[in-house]
Design a protein around this ligand. Structure first.
Ligand code: FEO
Length: 394
């Protein structure tokens, strides 16, 4: 892809990665991704905002072939998908200074061997003049690393947000428009990496809200030309609002746990409670993370393996704990052959979840009438708790 003009003197650069299917060797990328960099040419100075993943360095360096001078290379975030081509750019432009937060400084030295004497750190709110354009740096820590910042360009009313508001999407569309699938991709992105920092992100949204902009230009996915759409979506995701939704990750070995899950899902549905179930041997963990963004309750379904929960359930429960969703209630259901410590072990896996445990329903072997009665009682308890949920958006 060639550089694409956004405004006079401002170009999108970067690489669209259509074929990448996994990030951090963990996060599924069903729709690929992009690494966006932005070239800002003022009347006196030129800046490049971020670079691209080292696997696609050649794409960016080719785009820069006709750019004679870069004075400042701004690094919003030290993670390698944006910083990985910094050494190549610094080498091509030996007079360029690398601009970042104080926290990013050492990270860029540690991860990329950048020469410390070529780094200029900037404070929260500091500005850098490019002549007729001004870069104003806003510290936005923990989206999703501690060193992150964004850049506001007031003359052109653009917010360059790096990971913040990004979406893992490979597309030829430069702008998001009002396409719902882009907001869906942004929700997946938020769920997978931002959700643990929800409270800090609330503060960061307030900080960027104080800036005037018409575009949000992230470093993954299309540019938001209707920024209110993604801003209000983020405000909802980070709010304390939960929805009348049960997330039900489970696995079954010989069918007993699955029978219980099927019964409970029906019982909840009959009581007006929405459920999303995730069979863990086939599920996309990104979808599970998305469901956790505003679910009120998690019900974990597991058979017993070597006294504890099934390893797939162990892994999903660990992930849910790490993501720190705003869940309010939890329950465990499942089966065992002759003895189990599954509930005790699952309880030990979720210290970050501030949930009330609404019940546990375990059966030895096949579920029978007493099991189904217990599942009805659990469904009643969930319905009663969910009936107090105010679904109105904030
Ligand atoms: Fe897109 Fe945190 O890197």
């Amino acid at each position: 892809m060639k550089p694409r003009q956004i405004r006079e003197g401002i170009h999108w650069m970067g690489a669209v990665d259509w074929n990448r299917r996994l990030f951090d060797s963990l996060i599924p990328l069903p729709d690929g991704t992009s690494y966006n960099a932005y070239l800002v040419q003022g009347s006196a100075k030129t800046a490049l905002l971020d670079t691209v993943d080292p696997a696609m360095s050649g794409v960016l360096m080719h785009q820069l072939a006709g750019v004679e001078r870069i004075d400042y290379l701004v690094s919003h975030h030290a993670e390698q998908d944006h910083s990985g081509t910094i050494p190549a750019v610094m080498s091509k432009y030996p007079d360029a200074l690398l601009v970042c937060t104080m926290k990013a400084r050492q990270m860029l030295v540690d991860h990329l061997d950048v020469q410390p004497e070529r780094i200029r750190t900037v404070e929260d709110g500091e500005t850098l003049s490019l002549g007729d354009k001004t870069l104003r740096f806003i510290h936005t820590p923990w989206v999703h690393w501690p060193e992150t910042m964004v850049t506001h360009l007031p003359e052109d009313r653009i917010l360059f947000s790096c990971d913040f508001f990004g979406s893992h999407l490979a597309t030829t569309d430069l702008y998001a428009g009002s396409e719902p699938y882009i907001c869906e991709a942004a929700k997946r992105y938020y769920a997978e990496i931002m959700m643990p920092f929800r409270k800090t992100i609330q503060t960061n949204i307030s900080k960027v809200r104080a800036c005037a902009f018409d575009l949000i230009a992230p470093s993954h996915g299309p540019i938001y030309d209707n920024p209110e759409c993604i801003l209000s979506a983020y405000e909802d995701w980070v709010s304390d609002r939960v929805s009348n939704l049960v997330v039900l990750p489970y696995i079954s070995m010989h069918g007993s746990t699955e029978m219980m899950v099927t019964y409970l899902v029906t019982a909840l549905s009959e009581r007006g409670v929405k459920v999303q179930e995730f069979e863990l041997s086939t599920t996309d963990i990104g979808k599970l993370a998305m469901a956790l963004v505003d679910a009120a309750t998690i019900v974990i379904g597991t058979p017993t393996v070597h006294v504890g929960p099934h390893p797939s359930v162990f892994s999903a429960t660990h992930l849910a704990n790490a993501l720190r969703p705003k869940l309010k209630y939890a329950a465990v259901i499942g089966s065992y052959g002759w003895g189990t410590k599954a509930v005790e072990q699952i309880s030990g896996l979720i210290p970050n979840l501030k949930v009330d445990i609404l019940g546990t329903v375990l059966c030895k072997g096949l579920p029978r009438n007493d099991t189904f009665s217990a599942l009805d009682k659990l469904a009643d308890a969930i319905r009663d708790k969910h009936s107090a949920i105010d679904e109105a958006p904030n």
